[in-house]
Design a protein around this ligand. Structure first.
Ligand SMILES: [Zn+2]
Length: 482
């Protein structure tokens, strides 16, 4: 552990530039760009990093708005992961307390990646300022990874596949949330693949015998996959959406149909054989209908590899930072959003709190759940369970030991990908959260810089958790981001 005075100095350096980071978050909220199309959001972060003396390499892994910003040349390589993509159909008036789109079908920051990227910026710049001021700029190499398309595009998987994260000693990141704690669970590995069926069109009444229906094939594939579900591991998940059902005319034998499948399981090695069986079913459906099927990869991500060593180090720093405190105005602000939620949310929050704080009774859990914002640091907990979702942070976590914090940025009980998150994404609560996250990551990095045994232990644990396996990106080499 580094000495507390050094940490205080580091935190003060982040506070001194807080406005730069919160303004970055607010601006990216306004840009609300999605997937790989992130010109303004990436541009803003790149400009900020360059003006702080970072050297920026653009176009990482062939993606225009992926980048690596580096500072320093010696010591451990500290990776900081940043995201800045929004979600479609979540446009929302800022601070409104009802669903109110800014523009029809517009995008919105429903997952808080505006704050995520800005918090990562705070960590990188704060750490750089500390090294520049107290260590003549020496002692570590900071690498800020600008990662596009976390929301379903798996930008980090493409970056991992192309070796962008190689050579990193530790990886740090965070996610804006409704509570503050270490992310101590794995996530599901996920393959995202289109099955495109091609048939022959014909008049469905006059000459159906001339037609070969791609839509029939897609439907038969769904039937086949429904039968498959009984014979795969319980923890796997297969879901699909028709992205092209051929057309709106029933009197045409549909010559084209496409279905996008997500195939998930706790480990990539479990997804692979299920994917192969789904592929066989698609081929079978094509054979049955006299159509052809083409398999088109969208993306994939690996499961998240937790690292107890690094997570504990980060948790200790969050303990040093103490609880997040809110003014009466901030509490009132949050209360307005809590009032928009169904009543059972409070019960769910109380149950989560009860589970997270093993020593408290139901009354205390209910009382905490009734707070409009959760400022307290939740106890450290790590489990081998996988949360029922996927993230491309998983791919980065295969390359280097990774720690991830969740930090309160939103009112109690609100959920990600909701209009409430978009509406409150520029609130003082979100701004406070991103600064806290920046400090937690920078302080953890400083511990790793000052005590090489942390990274050594984290690496040893990382190797053990991988059990001799090496990172293999599920996305085939010739597939480029869509
Ligand atoms: Zn997210």
């Amino acid at each position: 552990m580094s000495n507390p005075d050094a940490k205080r100095e580091l935190a003060a350096l982040i506070d001194a530039k807080a406005r730069i980071f919160t303004d970055a978050s607010d601006s990216i909220w306004g840009y609300a760009e999605t997937r790989f199309d992130l010109k303004k959001s990436a541009g803003l972060l790149i400009a900020a990093l360059e003006s702080e003396g970072f050297h920026v390499e653009r176009g990482a892994a062939g993606m225009e708005h992926a980048f690596v910003a580096s500072y320093g040349q010696d010591g451990p390589v500290i990776g900081i992961l940043a995201e800045y993509d929004a979600l479609s159909n979540l446009s929302q008036v800022c601070d409104a307390t009802e669903k109110q789109p800014l523009e029809a079908d517009g995008n919105g920051h429903g997952c808080g990646h505006n704050a995520l990227g800005a918090g990562a910026l705070a960590a990188a710049v704060g750490l750089k300022d500390f090294l520049a001021k107290s260590r003549n700029g020496a002692g570590a190499t900071i690498k800020f990874f600008g990662c596009p398309a976390e929301e379903s595009g798996s930008g980090k998987a493409f970056m991992a596949r192309d070796g962008v994260f190689d050579g990193t000693d530790i990886m740090l990141t965070w996610h804006p949330w409704t509570e503050t704690r270490i992310w101590g669970v794995s996530s599901l590995a996920n393959y995202q693949v289109y099955f495109n069926f091609k048939g022959v069109s014909a008049h469905a009444a006059a000459a159906p015998e001339m037609g070969r229906s791609a839509l029939d094939a897609a439907e038969l594939m769904s039937v086949g996959v429904n039968y498959l579900r009984e014979h795969i591991i319980q923890d796997a998940r297969i879901h699909y959406a028709y992205t092209n059902a051929g057309g709106a005319s029933p009197n045409v034998v549909q010559p084209n149909a496409s279905v996008l499948y997500f195939i998930r399981a706790p480990k990539s090695s479990q997804v692979r054989p299920i994917f192969e069986r789904v592929t066989d079913i698609a081929k079978g459906a094509a054979l049955m209908t006299g159509t052809k099927v083409e398999i088109e990869w969208d993306s994939a991500c690996a499961e998240y590899i937790v690292n107890d060593t690094l997570a504990r180090t980060m948790h200790e720093n969050m303990r040093e930072l103490g609880e997040l405190k809110y003014s009466a105005d901030e509490l009132d602000y949050a209360r307005k959003y809590v009032a928009t939620l169904p009543e059972e949310n409070a019960k769910n929050v109380a149950a989560l709190i009860k589970k997270s704080f093993p020593d408290i009774g139901q009354g205390q859990a209910d009382a905490m759940a009734s707070e409009p914002v959760q400022g307290e640091l939740f106890p450290y907990a790590m489990s081998d369970e996988a949360m029922k979702g996927s993230t491309d942070v998983g791919d980065a976590s295969w390359i280097a030991p990774t720690a991830q914090a969740l930090v309160t940025c939103y009112p109690t009980g609100t959920v990600s990908h909701s209009w409430q998150w978009v509406a409150s994404g520029k609130s003082p609560i979100a701004r406070k959260g991103l600064i806290y996250a920046g400090k937690a990551m920078a302080m953890t990095a400083l511990d790793v810089i000052d005590d090489p045994s942390i990274a050594e232990k984290a690496k040893q644990e990382h190797l053990e958790r991988l059990g001799g396996e090496r990172y293999h990106c599920a996305i085939p080499k010739d597939v480029t981001p869509r």
